[in-house]
Design a protein around this ligand. Structure first.
Ligand SMILES: Cc1ncc(COP(=O)(O)O)c(C=O)c1O
Length: 386
């Protein structure tokens, strides 16, 4: 099946006389009438559910669907993308080691590495992942590589295929945050990555109404991640799992529109007053253009960024003039929203660190929605008009 059909059908079997829309099972616990039966289910010998922290029908459906879409053997969900990321790192690197990560990293991930993992002995090393020589040098003696398929906020695309090749030669596992690309546009496991994680809060859910995370990979790694997740307790609630699966069913059509709209908006923004630079991987001249065309042949999703020459004052002025677009510190919803990395995703970095990444006081990140592209472009045009 093609990804569009898998998004609709994966994780379930449609049978006669069963509901087409799955039921929500919020039960914390299931009742048993036989000790042997309970033991068989609790030990995994027999399929079934017994306690909500261990497993739940809605979570199982979501996990099976994402595993299928990512081309992975298994998946495990969690209460948020950050919980998924933590779970994935501990599954691949359970003991302190060097983690080579993209320097243009989601701010929450950077904080997790610096404030939680570094004090427990891990050593994060940040590299420019567009520079394969730098990646290669950093990988000596490393225990994990952490990449984002499309980086946040400047939307660069590392050559995951080439980096996986270098990492494999050294026996270093590769973890990819595939939140921005989704399995519709890129399936890193097919490119050789070991594990993929998502903030399902974003495109998979797609409607800004849930928090969820998911990790997909080989059965052994996911079983270890699941066991730890049961012990630590950051499990996903049934309703959010149900909503995430509901969102997933329309992921392909949404992503197609997000991708078309973001590229059209990126092109239009280049000619708007006050715009100093536009960052979109499929814009000619982007440092990621060639890699993005190869790794993201069906589009680059809804994210883009641009720099306003007038800095924070110009961003503030544009925001106040928007009629349809809103400011919201998240992404991946059906509405077009902007965020301002200096005080949102990248607020934990010093001004010098932000400057090194190319994130300045005029940098705006856009999560392009699925509205009519004419309306999106027109709103930016009138908001930026002199
Ligand atoms: C790329 C990326 N990864 C991970 C996360 C964390 O996800 P969550 O907010 O669901 O914990 C985010 C959130 O913005 C993100 O953008």
């Amino acid at each position: 099946m093609k990804p569009a059909s898998r998004a609709v059908h994966s994780g379930r079997e449609i049978k006669a006389r069963t509901p087409l829309a799955p039921a929500i099972t919020p039960a914390a616990v299931h009742v048993y009438a036989d000790l042997d039966d309970y033991e068989a289910v609790a030990s995994g010998e027999r399929p079934g559910y017994f306690y909500g922290r261990n497993s739940n029908e809605n979570r199982s459906m979501l996990e099976a669907a994402i595993a299928e879409l990512e081309g992975a053997e298994a998946a495990v969900s969690s209460a948020s993308g950050m919980a998924a990321l933590h779970m994935a790192i501990l599954a691949l690197a359970p003991r302190p080691t060097t983690i080579v990560a993209t320097r243009e990293l989601y701010g929450g991930t950077l904080s997790l590495l610096r404030q939680d993992l570094e004090p427990s002995g891990y050593e994060p090393v940040f590299v420019d992942v567009l520079d394969l020589d730098a990646v290669s040098a950093a990988l000596n003696g490393a225990g994990l590589v952490l990449l984002e398929t499309i980086t946040n906020p400047l939307c660069r695309v590392p050559d995951v295929e080439a980096i996986v090749g270098i990492a494999k030669e050294r026996g270093v596992p590769v973890l990819v945050d595939n939140t921005f690309a989704t399995p519709i546009l890129c399936r890193p496991i097919e490119l050789g990555a070991d594990v993929v994680m998502h903030s399902a809060t974003k495109y998979i859910g797609g409607h800004s109404d849930l928090l969820a995370g998911i990790v997909a990979g080989d059965a052994k790694t996911i079983a270890a991640a699941r066991a730890r997740s049961v012990r630590m307790g950051g499990t996903l609630g049934a309703f959010d799992a149900w909503l995430a699966l509901r969102g997933l069913r329309t992921l392909e059509v949404r992503i197609r529109r997000h991708s078309e709209n973001s590229l059209a908006l990126a092109k239009a923004l280049r000619d708007m007053p006050g715009v100093a630079a536009v960052h979109h991987p499929l814009l000619e001249g982007s440092p990621s253009y060639e890699v993005a065309r190869r790794l993201l042949p069906d589009g680059a999703g809804g994210m883009l960024a641009f720099d306003l020459a007038g800095g924070r004052a110009a961003v503030q002025r544009m925001m106040k003039r928007f009629r349809m677009v809103s400011f919201a510190a998240s992404l991946g919803g059906v509405e077009t929203t902007i965020s301002y990395p200096e005080i949102t995703s990248h607020r934990g970095l010093s001004p010098a660190e932000r400057a090194e990444l190319g994130v300045g006081s005029g940098t705006v990140r856009v999560s392009t929605g699925i509205e009519a592209v004419e309306d999106i472009v027109a709103d930016f045009e009138q908001a930026l008009a002199g």
